[in-house]
Write a protein that binds this ligand. Structure first.
Ligand SMILES: Cc1cc2nc3c(=O)[nH]c(=O)nc-3n(C[C@H](O)[C@H](O)[C@H](O)COP(=O)(O)OP(=O)(O)OC[C@H]3O[C@@H](n4cnc5c(N)ncnc54)[C@H](O)[C@@H]3O)c2cc1C
Length: 480
């Protein structure tokens, strides 16, 4: 069971089909799409050579806190460096006006999905920077050019420091403070569960906006450098073991006043509600993890002999594999629809009718669509894809692990690692319950769109996993 199973089948053709379709709708040329496919091939080659043979060793070693400093698993950082420094991977997702190549969420999520097939920890460690970059791009000021350039050149990786002990789903309840002092803001507070925390050099920080000793809303800041940031604790997690998740103390960290993203007092409402790239990233992580699980389960079921036959010849195993195969393209579809909806929204348009007819959708300009429906529509697409893929990834992984019998319960096997890793999908970037609530909040606005139909209405039937999802979250039935 320690044998490394290489990719035996790839969903890359399906990725290509979706990517090509939506990329053209977004105005990318065939050449641009081809160039991106080459980038994906380069990444896959690196992942095949440097990550696949190491992923279980990294999982076993995990990240450690030694004398106040993080010790990452052997070779883990070198691969991140190769991806983001040598290949300047992050440059592809910065708009051309700001020095990058201008590839949008449909592309970054194709990449996320492929990286998640190999190692979710590494994917988080490499691509969480996209959230920081997203904030710098949406609320661009000339001062941010240098910050973006540091990401483009791979000098920096990012972190996002929002959560606090009393402020998880309810992030507006943060206690951290920010106070203007001359031309600088002074930041103080304690943050928990920070991915890449204490390791990445640049990130976002959410705090109360203190004016004359009183809180007036919240602020989000861009923070560069680790001065004044102390690692209080490193979490011992059940999954994502190679990626550090830390509790950080910010002590009088000073940032230029221009590092306030958007306006004072509006951090939660304006910035956090716009940062949806990572939410669609969670969807892509689910797609990647399920494709790898299917690959592993198919291979194992083909080779494992019981009662004189490969176990894939037994109805109980075959039925599971068939259902997983039916499920994966649906997850992929949700992933691209959500990413496309976000891309259209970021360009000032909405994808009006894609829920109904998918590929033959009408793309209506935002004019004439009430603003409230526009915002609700993008939240609908992002949250429905999020809850759908993150919950279903866990259901699929349960079955994939089951196919491995006792071997599936052994930590050193990759299927076991995947099962542990995907458990976080319905928790971070908004819990499933929060996404369920966001979908219900979007519904009245969606009723203002006469042609709007939910994404799953085009599927010919439900899978076992969809039925289980609807049993768990009855309000989603007919809503996603
Ligand atoms: C591995 C990992 C990495 C993370 N990385 C980061 C990071 O990089 N940066 C960062 O800022 N945070 C990060 N987080 C934190 C993560 O975003 C939070 O854990 C998540 O938002 C949930 O918050 P909470 O844990 O406080 O749970 P709570 O908000 O306390 O929720 C507990 C339960 O109550 C439910 N609940 C809460 N409110 C409602 C409601 N209104 N309706 C229905 N149910 C509700 C939740 O769904 C959940 O089931 C990370 C967490 C993990 C585990």
């Amino acid at each position: 069971m320690t044998e490394v199973i290489q990719s035996i089948s790839s969903i890359s053709n399906e990725h290509k089909e979706h990517l090509g379709f939506y990329a053209k709708k977004l105005g990318y040329s065939s050449e641009q799409i081809a160039v991106f496919e080459e980038v994906m091939e380069t990444v896959r080659t690196i992942l095949d050579k440097k990550v696949r043979p190491k992923t279980m060793e990294w999982d076993r070693q995990g990240t450690k806190l030694v004398n106040g400093k993080l010790k990452l698993p052997n070779g883990y950082q070198e691969v991140i460096n190769e991806l983001i420094m040598d290949n300047e991977l992050l440059s592809w997702f910065v708009p051309e006006d700001f020095g990058g190549f201008g590839y949008s969420n449909i592309f970054s999520n194709a990449l996320t999905s492929v990286m998640a097939e190999y190692d979710m920890s590494l994917q988080v460690g490499t691509l969480i920077s996209l959230s920081v970059m997203e904030a710098l791009v949406i609320y661009y000021r000339p001062e941010y050019e240098q910050y973006l350039s540091n990401f483009i050149k791979g000098k920096h990786t990012g972190y996002v420091a929002f959560t606090e002990p009393q402020a998880g789903s309810n992030l507006e309840n943060v206690k951290s403070t920010s106070m203007l002092d001359g031309d600088e803001y002074v930041l103080n507070g304690s943050k928990i569960f920070i991915s890449n925390g204490g390791h990445a050099e640049a990130g976002l920080f959410l705090a109360k906006n203190m004016v004359d000793g009183k809180a007036q809303g919240t602020n989000v800041f861009y923070v560069e450098g680790l001065d004044g940031i102390e690692i209080l604790r490193l979490e011992d997690k059940s999954g994502l073991k190679a990626n550090p998740t830390a509790q950080l103390q910010f002590n009088n960290v000073r940032v230029p006043k221009e590092n306030l993203i958007a306006d004072a007092g509006n951090g939660y409402r304006k910035v956090l509600e716009r940062l949806m790239g990572m939410r669609t990233g969670v969807v892509a992580q689910g797609v990647g993890a399920v494709s790898r699980a299917l690959e592993l389960a198919e291979s194992y079921a083909d080779q494992r002999i019981q009662f004189g036959k490969p176990i894939n010849s037994f109805y109980g195993v075959k039925r599971k594999l068939d259902e997983m195969k039916r499920q994966l393209p649906r997850m992929l579809k949700h992933c691209y629809l959500a990413s496309f909806a976000l891309d259209r929204y970021n360009k000032g348009y909405i994808p009006y009718d894609i829920g109904a007819s998918g590929h033959e959708s009408e793309l209506a300009a935002a004019d004439g669509i009430p603003g409230i429906a526009r915002g609700a529509l993008v939240h609908y697409f992002v949250s429905q894809a999020n809850i759908y893929t993150s919950e279903i990834a866990n259901l699929v992984l349960y079955d994939a692990q089951q196919i491995f019998g006792g071997n599936g319960f052994i930590a050193e096997n990759e299927i076991n690692k995947l099962t542990r890793d995907v458990r976080v999908l319905p928790i971070y970037e908004g819990t499933s319950e929060i996404h369920e609530w966001l979908i219900s909040r979007a519904k009245p606005a969606l009723e203002l769109l006469p042609k709007f139909k939910v994404v799953s209405s085009e599927f010919d039937g439900t899978t076992v996993y969809e039925r289980m999802l609807f049993e768990k979250f009855p309000s989603l039935k007919g809503s996603i």
